[in-house]
Design a protein. Structure first.
Length: 468
């Protein structure tokens, strides 16, 4: 960037106190990012080709569940900082920055990230670009994508522009908090102009020191995948330790607390369960493994993490079957369908292969989830959905907790005992313990310990089975 250009941008930025931003893609990442950026005081237009989604947003209807998002969207729309449209041309005319926040699902057949929407957005930006702009890839993309985005835009415009890699690190259920109070903001840049614009975009976050980590674009792209893969490995590691605990008579919660107290390790992502799911970890670990294979540098730990996690989900289905003494012709209550609490996201949720395993074994499924049942009805038209845990538990031969929603932490077991066919709780999130349920006559099966059983249930309840 020339000194004249830099001075011109800085003067305009200081005068207007905001950056004009267009966000391409109004899904989870795009909508959360756009709403938060508008809340910083920037002028943001979210663009999406889905006319129904944009029409709903313009009516104040948020198509995804994320705590606080509906309020954030409403406030910034009312204040005139946030708007939605399907036509990219108008907001591009005077925008300083364009975020690409479209989906990058796993490509059918080989597991690589499907970048067709990213590249189409780049082509559209190139065709509409008439003034100097920064183009930012917010989508999770493999190493080298920013280079390709730059090439595509160059083919379609003569205007000046810079391409930046700015991966998101948002946890579903806590995305607004994560965006506004980040551990770090990774920004991959190749020139000073992009650096200046990105600094202005995130400057409202901190008055004193910005948590910006400027890197090369390729490093930024790899940081996102490496971080997700590391966390996925941490989850899978504690799940394998849980299986060992069941064999040797240890308690995984005690073990996790012991190793998590080491500040070199930390306590996060050390909760044993049925395996990881969601929109990020499954596809990102596969995409990273594929990229590594393509570059003749295989990541064996990541490949094993993928295989172990896939096997564990199905194994949890078999655990339920054995705990109930077989499920053919029996009703099984499933509490929790989403891959984690505080979201309606069903993508790669452990509930999907677990329910499939139960149905394959002849079980009838009754389910309840605070936010996931609308998506669940599309996945399972043949199972019964209920409006409470107690409705799902009626005549059930086992109650199974698959997602640790807050409302499942204070179940009325005295009431449940009057509803079920067999008083069995299979708790795949370790919300309870055998002692919590013993007084109510429930046999308890958790994860990662030798859960006790009641002697009067031995004829129908088998010995707890270790995860495979």
């Amino acid at each position: 960037m020339s000194r004249t250009q830099e001075a011109s941008y800085c003067l305009r930025s200081a005068r207007e106190k905001h950056v004009k931003i267009v966000v391409i893609g109004s899904g989870y990442v795009g909508l959360v990012s756009g709403a938060c950026l508008a809340d910083f005081g920037h002028i943001v237009t979210c663009v999406d080709t889905d006319e129904f989604k944009i029409a709903a947003l313009n009516q104040g209807l948020v198509p995804i569940f994320e705590p606080g998002l509906e309020t954030l969207v409403a406030r910034n729309t009312t204040d005139g900082r946030l708007s939605f449209c399907t036509d990219l041309a108008k907001p591009m005319a005077d925008a300083d920055a364009a975020f690409i926040a479209v989906g990058t699902p796993a490509r059918r057949g080989d597991g690589h990230a499907d970048l067709c929407h990213v590249y189409e957005a780049a082509r559209e930006i190139g065709r509409l670009l008439t003034k100097k702009m920064v183009v930012i890839t917010k989508s999770t993309v493999p190493v080298g994508t920013a280079d390709e985005v730059e090439r595509i835009i160059t083919e379609n415009t003569n205007a000046e522009f810079s391409v930046v890699s700015n991966p998101e690190f948002l946890r579903e259920g806590a995305a607004i908090q994560d965006f506004k109070h980040p551990d770090r903001i990774v920004v991959g840049v190749a020139d000073d102009y992009a650096r200046a614009v990105m600094t202005d975009i995130y400057k409202p976050l901190f008055l004193n020191k910005l948590p910006l980590q400027f890197t090369s674009r390729r490093s930024a792209e790899l940081i996102k995948y490496a971080a997700n893969a590391f966390l996925a490995m941490k989850i899978t590691f504690v799940n394998e330790i849980a299986s060992l605990c069941e064999k040797v008579g240890a308690d995984v919660q005690e073990v996790a607390a012991g190793i998590g107290s080491d500040n070199r390790i930390g306590s996060k992502f050390l909760h044993a369960g049925p395996g990881f799911g969601g929109s990020c970890f499954p596809k990102d670990t596969v995409a990273l493994a594929k990229t590594a294979q393509d570059h003749d540098s295989p990541l064996r730990l990541v490949e094993t993490t993928i295989a172990v996690n896939d096997a564990r989900k199905r194994a949890m289905g078999r655990r339920i079957i054995q705990a109930a003494g077989g499920v053919r012709g029996k009703t099984i209550a499933i509490l929790g369908l989403t891959f984690k609490p505080n979201t309606d996201d069903m993508r790669d949720a452990p509930s999907i292969p677990i329910i499939q395993a139960l149905q394959d074994a002849g079980a009838r499924i009754q389910a309840y989830d605070p936010k996931g049942m609308e998506h669940g009805r599309h996945l399972w038209p043949d199972i019964s959905f209920h409006e409470s845990p107690y409705g799902a538990a009626e005549n059930a031969s086992a109650i199974c907790i698959l997602t640790e929603w807050e409302e499942f932490r204070a179940l009325d077991f005295q009431r449940l005992k009057t509803l079920v066919a067999q008083p069995i709780l299979v708790d795949l999130r370790n919300v309870y313990s055998a002692n919590d349920t013993r007084l109510y006559g429930f046999a308890y099966y958790g994860v990662g310990s030798q859960a006790s059983t009641l002697s009067d249930h031995h004829e129908v309840v088998k010995t707890p089975v270790a995860a495979e």
